[in-house]
Design a protein around this ligand. Structure first.
Ligand SMILES: [Zn+2]
Length: 506
């Protein structure tokens, strides 16, 4: 049985159109999923949309349509964006799915003995759909710690899940499992949240105030808090508590949740406690990435500085966009998005290094060996460089460090470009040193072949194109690593040179 691998993106809240931040998490998740599939693992990549809560209802009202019509439209926008970005998810869950709603109700029934009904006062941020304890916000300056917008104080009768009794357990768990919350800076932030008593988590909302939510099975006056509803998706998509998928992906593989750093409170505090209360083990890892800043500021609707991923892809191509997101900034840190930086990456890394290597290799094969791959001796140095690149890529991806993985891959590209200069196949041809020329051209074709295999999780379109240009007719996605990398390109294979992969931009 293949090794299972379970990876999730957050469920994206459908109150607004997707932006580059959504695309970022999802592109990295897709790359990881592809790399694990390529190594023969049984992958389950989950994404979807979070569709309840008062903000959705408000947004629907402002458009003059029902909440259901609104979420159908916006959820579609996300799905069509993922299609355009070639996201290979295995399941797209919507919190309005009947099966998910039933499961949330099942979870609430199971937690009922632990829930407390009470009248509570709290600070509430409507845009973030997040409540804060009275002591967490300065009453003299009531602003949301997450988004900086004004919060209001609310008092209502709701069901609460006490968190305090789980605090010592969670703190100990985080301390004993250094990889549970990554990167280190976020882990420290969560540990700091655990130094003081934790206010209980309100898991319901009065139906009168928030009718657009999952009905609470034991209280007709209440609907389910949208964040509680959304977090449950990670197990409802696996049909918990049925064995099968849940056992394979949650218990055996362990979940890896990719999230943005603005939602660590929900994922690193609330979620492990909900699971602990249900006697379900915590996820394997929660990795919080940084933000893309535009001109020094976080993107937001109110600032009007949102970068539309679709527009970037239309202007610069999908592979360039995916490459920039994964290469420009280490996953976990904040990055700066600008067209200048994107163009610089395209020209130096994609056009100059990768595109040039592929194009000149195919051109030389056309010119010097009649468009066919010559037979030739493999070279030990080149084989070991390919192997080193494979290892560097895989180590980087297992560390959830795509930038590091790409650096390892570019070392191979740079080595090969140097080697072309050093060997000067055009001189070998001129001096009619056929054996040397054929050996080298075969080796170079092997490097380009390895590049297609290793690039595929990152830049699927470019990789498929390289594969076809090398004359392969089969699907690149069907190749398995590392075994495919020790094979050589067949002598006599007819290449199909195309246009340069990445033309230089002005
Ligand atoms: Zn807020």
């Amino acid at each position: 049985m293949a090794k299972p691998f379970y990876l999730t993106t957050p469920l994206y809240y459908v109150n607004a159109r997707p932006h580059i931040g959504h695309a970022y998490t999802t592109v990295v998740a897709d790359c990881l999923a592809r790399a694990h599939r390529q190594r023969g693992e049984m992958v389950f990549l989950l994404t979807g949309t979070d569709e309840h809560g008062e903000k959705i209802e408000q947004a629907a009202k402002s458009k003059g349509i029902s909440a259901k019509e609104f979420v159908d439209q916006t959820s579609d926008t996300f799905r069509s964006l993922w299609k355009g970005l070639e996201i290979s998810y295995d399941h797209f869950i919507r919190t309005s799915d009947p099966a998910h709603q039933l499961l949330v109700q099942k979870v609430l029934e199971r937690l009922k003995p632990q829930l407390e009904l009470g009248s509570y006062k709290f600070w509430y941020c409507v845009p973030c759909e997040t409540s804060f304890g009275l002591r967490e916000i300065d009453a003299a300056k009531p602003l949301c710690p997450q988004c900086g917008r004004p919060v209001s104080q609310i008092e209502e009768e709701d069901y609460f899940l006490p968190l305090e009794k789980h605090r010592a357990w969670l703190k100990g768990y985080i301390q004993q499992n250094p990889d549970f919350i990554r990167p280190e800076s976020r882990r420290n932030e969560v540990l700091a949240m655990l130094t003081d008593e934790l206010p209980a988590l309100c898991v319901t909302r009065p139906k009168e105030r928030v009718p657009w939510g999952i009905p609470v099975p034991f209280s007709p006056k209440h609907t389910t808090y949208v964040w509680f509803d959304a977090l449950i998706n990670y197990i409802s998509a696996l049909d918990w508590p049925d064995d099968g998928k849940f056992h394979r992906y949650w218990e055996e593989a362990g979940a890896i949740h990719l999230v943005g750093k603005d939602i660590i409170r929900h994922h690193c505090l609330y979620w492990p406690v909900i699971l602990h209360a249900l006697e379900i083990k915590p996820p394997k890892m929660i990795f919080a990435h940084g933000w893309w800043l535009v001109k020094g500021e976080k993107m937001s609707k109110s600032k009007g500085n949102i970068v539309d991923p679709q527009a970037v892809v239309e202007a610069y191509g999908l592979d360039a966009f995916r490459y920039f997101l994964m290469r420009d900034v280490p996953f976990g840190e904040d990055g700066v998005f600008s067209e200048e930086a994107l163009v610089k990456r395209i020209n130096s890394d994609l056009a100059n290094d990768l595109g040039n290597l592929v194009y000149r290799t195919l051109t030389m094969l056309e010119k010097h060996t009649g468009g066919k791959v010559p037979g030739g001796k493999p070279d030990a140095r080149i084989s070991s460089q390919i192997q080193a690149a494979e290892q560097g890529v895989w180590v980087g991806l297992q560390q959830i460090a795509p930038a590091q993985a790409l650096k390892a891959l570019w070392e191979l590209i740079n080595h090969a470009n140097h080697l072309v200069e050093e060997k000067a196949p055009w001189t070998l041809a001129k001096e009619n040193r056929r054996l040397e020329l054929e050996d080298f051209m075969h080796q170079l074709a092997d490097v380009v072949r390895a590049l297609a295999l290793l690039l595929w999780p990152f830049l699927p379109t470019a990789a498929e194109s390289i594969w076809k240009q090398l004359g392969y007719s089969g699907k690149l996605s069907a190749e398995r690593l590392p075994s495919a990398l020790s094979a050589h390109i067949p002598a006599g294979q007819q290449i199909q040179k195309g246009k340069p992969l990445f033309p230089r931009l002005q």
